[in-house]
Design a protein around this ligand. Structure first.
Ligand code: RIB
Length: 298
């Protein structure tokens, strides 16, 4: 069984379904309101667990009601929460999400996610040592991300860094990453190459292998010194794209042992299924659903 460690954020998603997005100063009547567990880290952990991996999560929740719900939700999904800390005196991370026409807009308040420390990651060194891959994103403090890269490198474990939300990153960090998994905008931001519109050129410029997600257009990928290659996207009726990137990253990690081409194809399929359903964790498929989907979709 593939063993994955995810170091990252754990949020409660406060989701409003609306006929369209409200403009500044405007009040709209929405159709539905839901609270759904989310956060890029927890989403990747749950997606990997549903695909059959053995998953351990490193992160923080607050001492509020959301914190208990989020912690219990991870346990129910079969995620090992030994390294999920409940922080006293602070609330859990939240994401206020509006979904309209299959698109979303998101405002995240990190709260307890801001308390993930290098020491907490260090405490998880033993499980990182035993992992096939580590997944990390940028919704936790950067010193904790740095510690994750350093510890994984010490232990010889490949790291998939999903640079979201995007920010400029030290080149030296990127050289420690097995795969960087941005979208086009995130790749430009990470490399400090604003204004560069040729994503293939950006991929060549990155100091590490890149798997670049392109929504409906699928993904482009470049390992080591190869030229960028393309995997087409799968056509589905989009209901909610929230968490599609997280699902993609989890599937990439879970299927990587089957080779990069296969892993990217399966990751595109897994993300497409997620987009056709409501909610980040609400839409994530199980491995048998991915297999069935690939049998009926070219
Ligand atoms: O990637 C989607 C996630 O981003 C949401 O679940 C939300 O919590 C934000 O972190």
């Amino acid at each position: 069984m593939t063993r994955i460690v995810v170091v990252g954020s754990i949020n409660m998603d406060l989701v409003t379904l609306a006929p369209r997005f409200a403009g500044p100063g405007e009040t709209l009547t929405g159709d539905r309101f839901l609270t759904i567990p989310g956060g890029k880290g927890a989403n990747q952990a749950v997606a990997a667990a549903r695909l059959g991996a053995s998953v351990s999560m490193v992160g923080c929740v607050g001492d509020d009601a959301f914190g208990k719900q989020l912690y219990d939700g991870l346990v129910t999904e079969g995620v090992d929460v030994t390294h999920v800390t409940r922080v006293d005196g602070i609330g859990s991370g939240t994401a206020s999400i509006t979904v309209a026409g299959g698109e979303n807009s998101i405002v995240v308040v990190p709260a307890a996610n801001g308390r993930v420390t290098p020491a907490q990651v260090e405490a998880a060194r033993d499980i990182i040592r035993g992992a096939d891959a580590v997944l990390v994103q940028l919704e936790i403090p950067l010193d904790a991300v740095d510690a994750t890269l350093r510890i994984a490198q010490d232990e010889g474990v490949p790291v998939i860094l999903n640079p979201a939300p995007a920010q400029l990153l030290p080149v030296e960090w990127l050289s420690r990453v097995r795969f960087l998994t941005p979208n086009q905008h995130e790749l430009a931001t990470v490399l400090g190459a604003h204004g560069e519109t040729d994503f293939r050129e950006l991929m060549r410029r990155a100091p590490c292998p890149v798997v670049l997600t392109r929504g409906e257009d699928g993904a482009w990928f470049r390992d080591k010194d190869d030229e960028p290659r393309h995997q087409s996207g799968f056509k589905v009726d989009a209901v909610d794209s929230t968490g599609a990137g997280d699902t993609f990253n989890a599937a990439l990690a879970v299927y990587l042992a089957e080779g990069l081409d296969v892993a990217v194809r399966k990751a595109c399929a897994t993300a497409a299924i997620a987009v056709s359903r409501l909610g980040a964790q609400g839409g994530m498929p199980r491995a048998d659903e991915v297999t069935a989907f690939l049998e009926t979709h070219q």
